[in-house]
Design a protein. Structure first.
Length: 245
């Protein structure tokens, strides 16, 4: 599974170590040392993966992710950070990072994360011929539509922009309407996240999804909390009909 990978890391020793490990696995690697160079490299080289340090000169990793997602670039982003507080990590996920590795890290663990992200990305790009049953068709829950193949979402006919993490959670819920998913089950949909990430990751994604798909996010009708258990996605019209019958 050879890929084109950009490493954005201002620590030359760390960058060289990463380059060697990636090239040993057959990947073509480009190394840049600051955030603006990372943006330029992504725009010109169209890589399969970006390995991105958070703390960099000229533009930090969070700003790079923010710009790339605003440009609707869907390439996988694996962030490297010395920050280990949950809020710092959740901010990166909320902006659209796909995975985090905290420093100091094991190069073998990082390579495993790289393989996971590349496999996931290739499955998403392969289309319905190789997609699993839940991924092959458009998922509809009332007026909410999730298309896993094209990676698009609409609610009440309006397009909804989701981060990769939000999309994976929403697709899992939409594939089985009215099934209650625990936080741990939804966290598994975000497989590969760092050990510092906990259940609150799911809560943040749910909160952000409600802002995007609910007419009244503080009084959700679609994306419901089942207290003490987890979350479920339901069709409000059918729920109202059941309640009145």
């Amino acid at each position: 599974m050879c890929a084109n990978v950009i490493i954005a890391e201002d620590d030359e020793k760390q960058a060289e170590l990463l380059r060697r490990y990636l090239e040993r696995e057959g990947h073509a690697v480009t190394v840049v040392g600051d955030g603006l160079a990372a943006l330029d490299a992504v725009r010109h080289r169209e890589p399969d993966l970006l390995v991105l340090d958070v703390m960099m000169p000229r533009a930090d990793g969070l700003d790079v992710v923010r710009v790339l997602r605003a440009e609707c670039r869907e390439l996988p982003v694996l962030m490297l950070t010395a920050r280990t507080t949950e809020d710092d990590l959740l901010l990166g996920l909320d902006l659209g990072a796909d995975d985090y590795v905290t420093k100091p890290y094991s190069p073998r663990e990082l390579m495993a994360r790289v393989r996971t992200l590349l496999r996931r990305s290739r499955r998403a790009a392969s289309g319905p011929e190789t997609a699993g049953p839940a991924e092959a068709g458009v998922l509809t829950v009332g007026t909410l539509v999730v298309d896993p193949t094209r990676h698009v979402v609409s609610a009440d006919g309006e397009a909804v922009e989701c981060t990769p993490g939000e999309f994976r959670i929403l697709a899992a819920l939409a594939a089985e309407p009215d099934r209650v998913f625990s936080r741990q089950q939804l966290l598994a949909e975000l497989h590969g996240f760092d050990r510092y990430i906990g259940d609150r990751t799911v809560d943040v994604h749910i909160m952000n999804l409600r802002k995007k798909i609910e007419p009244a996010p503080r009084r959700p009708a679609r994306l419901l909390t089942v207290f003490g258990v987890g979350y479920k996605l339901t069709d409000p019209a059918k729920a109202a009909a059941r309640a009145s019958s």
